[in-house]
Design a protein around this ligand. Structure first.
Ligand SMILES: [Zn+2]
Length: 235
């Protein structure tokens, strides 16, 4: 096993533990990473009676697939929706990490067509505009559906899967995972705001630009989220 693969197995497993600690996934959902310089992807395996909470999965439990979604390393099966990952990697050379969750608030906002707006300062630097919506609740269990989803995602970092969940993509697993958490914070704000009927004060693009110069990168947030996962007994 190459060193990058081993490291990616660790960080993909850790992403699952963080997503669990944050309540963004249950036994469903998955994170993945492209192995640099290859057409191979490290991904969390399909849930089963043996593969349950991501809190209990470590590096050795991860599996490796090719861009056709076929298993090339590991004993467990890849997720049924592996094509979310493989087709986004095919379409987006800039993307090396994909996180798919059924996180509640962002999913509900997508169902309601409620815009997720940049109203909170740190999350606004991750999600400056409402993500596009892929208007299908079905499982993304074919390459064709994966291609269609990737086309809706386009060059963005997030996409609603309406009535289903979200994807968060980035060049790095930590960024994609923290990004999913930031999206959820803004979705919670959108839902809470909608209940009041008041019009939110949206952070402007110029303010977001300033914030990007002020706010630290994901490392600190990632470390904090890892602490939460550890405190919950996940790590
Ligand atoms: Zn799903």
């Amino acid at each position: 096993m190459s060193a990058p693969e081993e490291e990616l197995r660790e960080v993909v497993a850790l992403a699952g533990q963080v997503l669990t600690a944050l309540g963004l996934v249950d036994y469903l959902g998955h994170a993945s990473a492209r192995i640099p310089g290859t057409d191979r992807v490290v991904v969390k395996p399909k849930h089963s009676p043996a593969v349950r909470s991501m809190a209990a999965l470590g590096a050795a439990d991860m599996v490796v697939v090719d861009l056709d979604g076929s298993l090339v390393d590991g004993t467990a099966r890849p997720p049924a929706e592996v094509f979310i990952h493989t087709e986004i990697y095919r379409a987006r050379p800039d993307v090396s990490a994909v996180v798919h969750t059924h996180q509640r608030s962002a999913t509900l906002a997508g169902v309601l067509g409620l815009p997720i707006q940049p109203v909170l300062h740190v999350p606004a630097t991750f999600v400056p505009a409402d993500p596009p919506t892929w208007p299908h609740p079905v499982l993304v269990d074919t390459a064709e559906l994966g291609r269609d989803l990737a086309a809706t995602l386009g060059g963005e970092r997030y996409c609603h899967l309406q009535g289903h969940g979200i994807v968060s993509v980035a060049a790095d697993v930590r960024e994609a995972t923290v990004g999913a958490a930031m999206l959820e914070q803004l979705a919670e704000a959108a839902l809470a705001g909608a209940r009041t009927g008041a019009k939110p004060r949206v952070i402007t693009p110029a303010e977001i630009e300033t914030l990007r110069g002020q706010v630290a990168g994901v490392e600190g947030r990632w470390a904090y989220f890892c602490d939460l996962a550890r405190a919950g007994g996940a790590v």
